[in-house]
Write a protein that binds this ligand. Structure first.
Ligand code: HEC
Ligand code: HEC
Ligand code: HEC
Ligand code: HEC
Ligand code: HEC
Length: 447
């Protein structure tokens, strides 16, 4: 190898691991052909293959938003900002581990249909033997391909390969190797495992696998036995409307049921996270939005969006929708757009809606969706923790022009990405459209 390229390579690896202790998987350690294609495993593991193929794991490199964020933002940024140079390979280490291990960095775009598109495949997870960290994060898995696959059971009789029973693959730490992440600035930008660990489910022994790979009768392989408790590879998360539906419970109350124009009514919305084993939203917290809209509608269809009462905690301004607030200026800098002032911080939310979020800030102090460019995110965390209740109140003076009975309607919505960012980057609309999580209604009679 040319000496300069070699030195560049060493510097690059050094930057990549800056801030992390020890080496897990290494770039260029293996070749693509050391790993079998998922279709090969699928010839015998047909049901599991179908589940995996439909999950986000199979699309972790190829789905549109991942492709746009990597190629249009992170990769460009890595080429001009030395502090974030490591993400050129780092993103790929979690989103397409085989490409990283094969040294295929940066991978070809999705349309080239290379093996990078396999994403988090069978051979990634079933060759992971452990981690270098006591509390894993940043792709700190130890991986070794070969004839022996790692699995959960000691009584499996495979064909054409061997298996090694492992307790690691059944643990939350296994998932943590990719689901927790520290930025090059040392900020925790993904903490699903750490949130789970601090909450009630870890204490009760309910793991990530229990909720995301539910156990139900089925066959692991066509020629294998029927098992009562097969681990299904659905990996449903926020991309699954059924997983999100009802994830947060919602109830509405008011201090009066009969009102007249000019009266002040107090409405209380009670939210409870009874289903999610970690914070909601979790994972890509920098761009996920969960919010509560409360509307009043009268008999003639006139509508009022009610603004939430302020509580006065530090950083609260980031949790209340403000149609005038701008953010995400780093996008314009990275894309070199002259005069870029930012995008609407809260997308198309009505003014005064409560947003359950944890804002991330870049080194220049601006709110960002670039998790790799996050220097600080501990100003405020107003998400909803596992089994946590949040109460929001609305003090509303009934307008003079109100007609007939009033219906108060509350909606909890979730979005993967702020709509302003989605539209600006021309993502397909279903990557940022609001998904209904829950709704509740309350009736007020007028006299
Ligand atoms: C994101 C990681 C991941 C991916 C990708 C993945 N698996 Fe698994 N698989 C697991 C885990 C974790 C378990 C064990 C779950 C448990 O029992 O707690 C498992 C269990 C299994 C089992 C045993 C199931 C049982 O209950 O007997 C088989 C067989 C299997 N996987 C095959 C596959 C195949 C084939 C693919 C690709 C089509 C695949 N896996 C993709 C993580 C993964
Ligand atoms: C020729 C058929 C065949 C192919 C191809 C195949 N397997 Fe298997 N595999 C089996 C059978 C049979 C079992 C046993 C199932 C059981 O006992 O429930 C098994 C079991 C497993 C298990 C579960 C072990 C456990 O602890 O329960 C894993 C993991 C696994 N295979 C991974 C893979 C991966 C990854 C591939 C692709 C590289 C693959 N298999 C390809 C037939 C196959
Ligand atoms: C090798 C890295 C890796 C491992 C190990 C891993 N994941 Fe993931 N996981 C990912 C990536 C990358 C994504 C993002 C997919 C995307 O682009 O939206 C993801 C997404 C998810 C999602 C979100 C799906 C959705 O609908 O949005 C869930 C749920 C999930 N993983 C659960 C698990 C569980 C449970 C485990 C452990 C059994 C696990 N993962 C292990 C890399 C990994
Ligand atoms: C008690 C059940 C439960 C447990 C335990 C659990 N989850 Fe979840 N998880 C959910 C539900 C329900 C959702 C859908 C709501 C949401 O998106 O937050 C979800 C969502 C997710 C998402 C998508 C988050 C987002 O907002 O984009 C990821 C990623 C994820 N889980 C990973 C994990 C990992 C990793 C673990 C273990 C450390 C884990 N989960 C443990 C129930 C659980
Ligand atoms: C430590 C592993 C890891 C690293 C490093 C990593 N990611 Fe991810 N990424 C994940 C996981 C896990 C998820 C899923 C979280 C969730 O569902 O909320 C995810 C989610 C995403 C999403 C959201 C996908 C969606 O469907 O909404 C995008 C976009 C993304 N990552 C891009 C990147 C880019 C670009 C980089 C490099 C700057 C990067 N990731 C680095 C693990 C990682």
């Amino acid at each position: 190898m040319n000496r300069y390229i070699y030195l560049g390579f060493l510097l690059f690896i050094g930057l990549l691991f800056l801030g992390s202790e020890g080496f897990g998987a290494e770039m260029g350690q293996f070749r693509y052909k050391d790993f079998k294609k998922p279709t090969k495993c699928g010839t015998c593991h047909r049901g599991i293959y179908q589940e995996w193929k439909a999950s986000m794991m199979a699309h972790s490199f190829s789905h549109r938003w991942d492709e746009v964020e990597y190629f249009q933002l992170a990769l460009r940024h890595a080429q001009k900002e030395p502090k974030v140079a490591g993400v050129k390979a780092g993103c790929v280490a979690c989103h397409s581990p085989l490409a990283f291990l094969a040294g295929d960095i940066p991978p070809k775009p999705v349309a080239a249909e290379t093996r990078a598109n396999e994403g988090v495949s069978c051979e990634v997870c079933h060759n992971i033997r452990g981690t270098t960290e006591a509390e894993p994060y940043n792709f700190s898995f130890i991986i070794k391909p070969g004839k022996t696959k790692v699995g959960p059971r000691s009584d499996a009789k495979p064909m054409g390969h061997k298996v090694e029973a492992s307790s690691f693959i059944k643990s939350a730490k296994f998932c943590a190797t990719c689901h927790d992440e520290a930025s090059p600035y040392g900020a925790w930008v993904k903490e699903t495992y750490r949130e789970w660990k601090a909450g009630p489910y870890a204490k009760e022994g309910v793991t990530c696998q229990d909720c995301h790979m539910y156990r139900a009768p089925g066959k692991a392989a066509l020629m294998g036995p029927k098992r009562p408790d097969l681990a299904h590879h659905v990996f449903h998360g926020s991309h699954s409307p059924t997983k999100l539906a009802g994830a947060v419970d919602l109830a509405l109350y008011s201090n009066k049921h009969v009102v007249s124009p000019g009266d002040t009514v107090k409405i209380r919305a009670q939210l409870f996270n009874g289903k999610v084993g970690h914070m909601i939203p979790s994972g890509s917290t920098e761009e996920r939005m969960l919010w509560l809209e409360v509307w009043a509608v009268d008999a003639t269809g006139q509508k009022w969006a009610l603004p939430v009462d302020r509580k006065g905690f530090p950083g609260e301004e980031y949790t209340i929708a403000d149609p005038k607030a701008l953010a995400y200026q780093a996008i314009g800098e990275i894309m070199e757009i002259p005069g870029f002032k930012g995008l609407k911080r809260d997308g198309d939310l009505p003014a005064g809606a409560r947003i359950f979020r944890k804002p991330f800030f870049d080194p220049k102090g601006r709110m960002t969706i670039c998790q790799w460019y996050t220097a600080k995110n501990d100003l405020v965390d107003y998400r909803i923790g596992p089994r946590q209740t949040r109460i929001e109140t609305y003090t509303w003076q009934i307008p003079q022009n109100v007609r007939g009975p009033i219906t108060i309607k509350a909606y909890i919505y979730y979005a993967q990405v702020p709509s302003s960012v989605g539209k600006f980057l021309k993502l397909p609309a279903d990557e940022y459209k609001p998904i209904l999580v829950n709704e509740a209604t309350l009736s007020l009679t007028t006299e």
